[in-house]
Design a protein around this ligand. Structure first.
Ligand code: TYM
Length: 407
């Protein structure tokens, strides 16, 4: 992909596209946010369509998760291949991750993990979770030991999502890679096959970026190759499936080029849209913009204040006008957020109709959202408080996860 570097963290395409999507920055000029159809074309992925949803249902015997039904996971690569593998009686494995840049994760980070938890439950497969503390040392200039601490703090939030302890391996890059020669070998296999020009094109790196950035992508790519984890897969070349925000796709486009050269299946992907910032869909929720985000550590009062003060409204300027013209759910943050977290389809549809007709006011819609979020976050906090350092340790020990290729 041709790209022009415009700064350390972002690039725009030479075609003048105003949506800027990289693993480090998401910006759109449109009120309704990123143009995902355009993105699918540009990235060369495929839309998750009704046929795929039906197949999901047939293979798993479960209705698709509401993230799938509502287009929150909207794009994929080779998901049919992963289902073929599963239907033929073989197992695949899941891989996802988190870059621990602060001790508090936000709601946007939960999306991939909640979805992974559902996938792990319905397919009963192993999951590896990479904590890229090394990435954050390089990008955010963090101290090495501080980054490892953040990785362990984030692991607690991840574990609180409910992953199966017998089938989940969570690792900090800084702690694990030095003890796993197979990981380093795969990084080298990838490094020798990717040129500087290619990473510049894929990630927008510039001449003044530290070489740590340029050499980092193989570190995120390697866990998509099952041979990276001999203690789990015992050398077998196993299909990988990666659920993630679509901002992470560049890493895996690169990985998919290389995997077949190593005799390993190309990793399949399921991509989510971005959970928008409170201020609206032009940008994703970001941990460095405190007022754009609800954190998993926020109190009920903070949640209420942030939503009431900052949630972008698709309603009208006065109550009279709102009753007459109705609100616009497409740009209203409260409605958009309810799509992610209000599981009840019927209730969501009633809220949509009433807001669109003007029967429901912005304040009332915000109240619905506040109730949903306060419950979600207080339940998360209760589970997290049970996750001790010893529990984290158990998930982070390299070990046999009972994987068998042919189920
Ligand atoms: P990180 O920590 O930026 O994000 C972790 C996961 O959350 C997704 N995400 C979002 N999804 C929806 N809406 C948002 N507003 C939002 N913000 C973040 C990201 O797409 C990601 O899936 N380098 C990675 C860590 C990583 C990784 C991986 C991610 C390592 N290996 C494999 C996915 C798959 C990172 O810094 O993610």
């Amino acid at each position: 992909m041709a790209a022009v570097t415009v700064g350390d963290d972002a690039f725009v395409n030479e075609d003048g596209d105003t949506d800027v999507i990289t693993p480090w920055s998401v910006q759109s000029k449109n009120d309704t946010g990123v143009d995902y159809d355009k993105l699918i074309k540009k990235f060369g992925s495929a839309r998750i369509d009704d046929e795929l949803l039906k197949r999901f249902e047939k293979v798993t015997g479960q209705p698709p998760h509401h993230f799938l039904r509502r287009g929150i996971f909207f794009s994929h690569r080779d998901m049919h291949t992963a289902l073929d593998v599963y239907e033929s009686g073989k197992s695949f494995y899941l891989y996802t991750g988190r870059g621990p840049s602060s001790d508090a994760m936000h709601l946007g980070h939960l999306i991939s993990f909640l979805f992974c938890k559902w996938l792990q439950d319905v397919f009963d497969v192993p999951l590896v979770i990479q904590l890229t503390d090394d990435e954050k040392v390089i990008w955010k200039n963090l101290d090495l030991d501080d980054a490892i601490k953040l990785a362990h703090e984030n692991a607690k939030d991840i574990i609180a999502c409910g992953f199966n302890p017998d089938k989940t391996f969570i690792f900090s890059n800084l702690e694990h890679i030095g003890n796993n020669p197979a990981f380093y070998r795969n990084m080298i296999e990838i490094q020798k096959r990717v040129t500087f020009n290619q990473v510049k094109g894929i990630f927008g790196f510039g001449d003044s970026d530290p070489i740590g950035k340029i050499s980092f992508p193989p570190t995120q790519a390697a866990p998509a190759l099952s041979t990276t984890f001999p203690f789990i897969f015992k050398g077998a070349k196993v299909q990988c499936l990666i659920p993630c925000g679509i901002d992470q796709d560049p890493y895996f486009r690169m990985t998919r080029d290389i995997a077949p050269k190593l005799g390993i299946p190309k990793p399949a992907l399921l991509h989510s849209i971005f959970f928008p910032a409170l201020q609206g869909s032009k940008t994703k929720m970001s941990a460095s913009e405190i007022n754009s985000a609800i954190f998993l550590t926020d109190t009920p009062k903070q949640i209420k204040n942030k939503v009431n003060k900052n949630a972008f409204s698709g309603g009208q300027a006065t109550v009279e006008e709102h009753r007459r013209l109705g609100g616009n759910c497409e740009i209203d943050t409260s409605y958009q957020w309810l799509k992610f977290f209000l599981e009840d389809d019927e209730k969501l549809e009633v809220l949509r109709k009433n807001y669109t007709s003007g029967d429901l006011l912005t304040g009332e819609l915000k109240k619905e959202l506040i109730d949903v979020l306060q419950k979600l976050i207080s339940e998360h906090q209760a589970r997290r408080s049970q996750v001790t350092d010893e529990v984290v340790e158990k998930y982070m020990v390299p070990r046999d996860l009972g994987f068998v290729l042919n189920k």
